[in-house]
Design a protein around this ligand. Sequence first.
Ligand code: ADP
Ligand code: MG
Length: 372
Amino acid sequence: MENMKTKRIIGLMSGTSCDSIDAGLCEVTPDLKVKLIKGINHPYPDKIRDMIFKAFRGEINIKELCQLNFAIGHCFADAANILIKEFGKPDLISSHGQTVYHYPYDETLDGIKIKSTLQIGENSVISHDTDCVVVSNFREKDIANNGQGAPLVCFADSIWFKNSLVQNIGGISNVTVVSDDCETFGFDNACGNIMIDYCMNKFFNKKYDKDGEIAKLGTVSDAWLNELLSDEYYYKKPPKTTGREYFNKEYIEKFLQTAPKKKEDIIVTLTCLTAKSIALSYERFIYPVTKPEKVIIGGGGAYNKTMMNMLKSFLPDDIKLFSHEDFGISNNFKEVMAFALLGYCYLYNIPNNVPSCTGADKKVVLGKMVAD
Ligand SMILES: Nc1ncnc2c1ncn2[C@@H]1O[C@H](COP(=O)(O)OP(=O)(O)O)[C@@H](O)[C@H]1O
Ligand SMILES: [Mg+2]
């Protein structure tokens, strides 16, 4: 495309784990490569974070949801302003927002489609507080075009990688298949860290199992693992996406009724579930189409050593396991880099969804802009 220029873009993201607002100042070049200049993890204030978790569980009312949309906008702006203070105003802020509900199912009410998604963190507020142009709300247009609105990071993966499985392990785990043998496709494998985090909070009063140290102390219960793996999601064919709406408190509590007694055994079995469900999804849905050379892991799960050792043991010997860091891309800030790229594409009217990943009818330009 003519006249495309390198742009400095701050990507903003908070995932399903809700562990922090990730903000990254990036340089995006016309060849659609992204260089991270600096990334920060900016925590949500405690009461806001609590309210987000209540929102996930449907425990807030519509007034509180309305307030939360603006509050998260301010929090996202605070994260961006830390970078702006150090590096000056960027050309654009590209914000994923905070998903509070994702409902990519083909259901109707009075014959009207109710397939939908909701990311909040009002971009008018971000724009006001930072004095920047903001692009956000990327998922809606994909759903409007009959896609699932996810996974969106596939777009970046298809540009940045070759012949690889690009595996993210956040709250949810999702993979992009980039191969010379087929069109790029991707799907959510299943739950990534949500169940581990939930049980770490419940049994150990910790936010997560740092480096997989607690899991290391337990023994996997094969019986419980098989019970967990009998869930229908693992068998569902892609395109498929999931979220907290599915792997919710009731879901986890139901399975906890038959869990092993020792708390460490619960954590290690859930850790094994994530690794095993990823390996199984490759066997069921990817190897029949293409045999990748390597798997490149990103997201917080990449830091869980116990999970990584398990995953390695479940993969065929000829597939090598790497982290994003091995390719010069931060595990922690990969998603903000991907959203910086989506924002850049919005600016230049470049379609930035991958229909073979989301199931959308066609390629479209995702995003909504608020001027400064
Ligand atoms: N050092 C670590 N050891 C083990 N798990 C980690 C570590 N750091 C992060 N995680 C896990 O990763 C999650 C956050 O991953 P992230 O990629 O940010 O997910 P999301 O996109 O859902 O926010 C945390 O909730 C935690 O479960
Ligand atoms: Mg996160």
